[in-house]
Structure formats: structure tokens, C-alpha cells
Design a protein around this ligand. Sequence first.
Ligand SMILES: Cc1cc2nc3c(=O)[nH]c(=O)nc-3n(C[C@H](O)[C@H](O)[C@H](O)COP(=O)(O)OP(=O)(O)OC[C@H]3O[C@@H](n4cnc5c(N)ncnc54)[C@H](O)[C@@H]3O)c2cc1C
Ligand code: FES
Length: 279
Amino acid sequence: MPEVKPLYLPLPAKIEDIIVENSQVKTFVLSFTDQEYGRSFTFEPGQFMMLSVPHHGEAPISIASSPAQSGTLRLSVRRAGKLTTALLELEKGAVVGLRGPYGKAFAMREFGHKDLLFVAGGIGLAPLRSVIESCLTERERYGEITILFGSRTPSDLAFRQDIDNWRRQPGVRCLLTVDQGEPGWQENIGLVTTLFDEARISPAHTALVCGPPLMIRAVLAELSRRGLRDENIITTMERHMKCGVGVCRHCHLDDKLVCVDGPVFNLAQLRNMEVMELA
Ligand SMILES: Cc1cc2nc3c(=O)[nH]c(=O)nc-3n(C[C@H](O)[C@H](O)[C@H](O)COP(=O)(O)OP(=O)(O)OC[C@H]3O[C@@H](n4cnc5c(N)ncnc54)[C@H](O)[C@@H]3O)c2cc1C
Ligand code: FES
């Protein structure tokens, strides 16, 4: 019998901790029940896992932790439908299935000594968190870090612990915005692009962008207008997935497959495809 690679089999992982980010998002800290496998497990920022809950299906979820944080894996999940609703009801100690990691990662090597701009909307901060945390573990390798994060309302603001931590780090700026303010909100109100002047974006920045399609469209256009090279504007694409490994073609993006050719693409690559985010 040929050996079945663990990469294609869901392996049991225990929920070690749960961080309630807001009413719709929780961050799960997971560890593989096979500790030896867990210790040997590696991934790169930008990759995703296929997460399964018995009887509720499977979904692609970005890895939100840094590879440097070995032993556990963080996945931040927003309630969308069947699987994610079931997952959000689980408690510490429950066991889920994980297979992966899948997909092309961010090219971290190319970011060395560059000023990095992270632009995220909502749950889109999850894959970027993996990059940001990686940069912070080797802080001297990277230039200035600017994080622009948009949420619907202040109550929807997720990743608060991370934001507080990032704001304490030297050479890191984190600006927040919401679509709709609430009493007591002291920061910006408006689309994330309304933070661009305060962020002093320059053509020398390398930008990593992740969020809902409409946000991606507006942000890519504005970064381009401000003179960033297409190769230095990098984003992630979301499409419906089934297999995660390039077989079912559910996740096609023009002539590419998001699960194997992405989810990370730069703007130069996207301009060669028919993509709704650029239409
Ligand atoms: C590479 C990748 C990484 C992702 N990372 C995360 C993450 O870190 N955290 C997170 O919360 N979500 C993430 N998602 C989205 C997540 O996979 C979907 O929300 C999830 O599959 C929904 O499953 P469900 O059974 O709960 O919802 P379903 O019952 O399947 O669907 C509920 C609704 O969500 C829509 N939907 C389902 N899947 C997608 C999708 N892939 N893209 C757009 N809309 C979708 C459906 O059209 C439907 O309207 C990611 C998706 C991809 C492709
Ligand atoms: S999810 Fe099956 S080919 Fe991409």
C-alpha cells in the first residue's frame, strides 16, 4: 500500500485556548494531539489550513500565528455559515481536524530591510498577523512597520490584544479606523484609505493587503495611484474551496487556482487575470 501523506489527511488538534475577539470572531489556539507531529510541523506566513469539525464540514482558514511560535497554531475564525458557526460553539479541550499547510506564502525574504505597510479589514488581519508577528521576532531584519486596520464599528474591532502589543513595539505604528463610530471612539472614522495621508505612504513601501473584496479593490487602486510598484502591492484572494490541493478546481481565479497558485498574489500577477477585485 502506498503511504498516505499526512498533508492530505485531517489530523486531530486540541483547542488549547480561545480568545473572544468580538461577537463574531474567535481566535483558537490549537495543538496537534500527536505531539511529535506538532513539533515537526512547519508553515510560512500566508499559508492556510483546512479545518474540519465532525458532521459540519471543512473550511480553509489562514494561519494567524508566527512559525516561530512552535507547538501551537492560531486560527482566527469569523462566523459565516455551517462550519464556522459550529466551530465558534466549541470550548477549550474540544478536538477538531486540521490538514495542511497549503498555498503559496508571502515572500518574507523579499521584505528584508523594507518599510512594510499592512492594510487589513476585519478578519483580513489574520493572515497578516502571521507576517507581523514573524517580523517582530526578527525586528532588525525589517524597516518601519505601519499597520492600518479597519473595522465596521468599534465593537467589531478584533485583535485588540495584538494591537495594544504592536503599539508598544519600537518602529511600529498602528492606525485604526471604523466605518461607523460609537460613543467614546477617539480614532479615525472612514474607509481605511482615509488613513493613507497620516500613514505617510511612499512609493518605497511594500504593502500587504487583506480584507473584503471591495476594500481590496479600493486599497490596491489608491496604493497604485500613490506610486507603489505592482510587484510591491501584495494581497490575498479568497475563493470557495473544497479540496485545498489543486484537484477540484472550485477555487479557480481566471486560469489559476487560489489553493495552489495563491492565496497570495501581487498586483502585477492579478493584472494578468480577470479578477473581480480589480474590475
Ligand atoms: C485561503 C482562505 C483563507 C481563509 N482564511 C480565513 C480566516 O482566517 N478566518 C475566517 O474566518 N475565514 C477565512 N476564510 C473564509 C472561510 O473559509 C469561509 O468563511 C468558510 O469556508 C465558511 O464556511 P461555513 O461552512 O461556515 O460557511 P458556508 O455555510 O459554507 O457559507 C456561508 C457564507 O459564506 C460564504 N463563503 C464560504 N466560503 C467562502 C470563501 N472562501 N470566500 C468567500 N465567501 C465564502 C458563502 O458563499 C456563504 O454566503 C478563508 C478563505 C480562504 C479561501
Ligand atoms: S480547492 Fe480544490 S482546486 Fe483549489
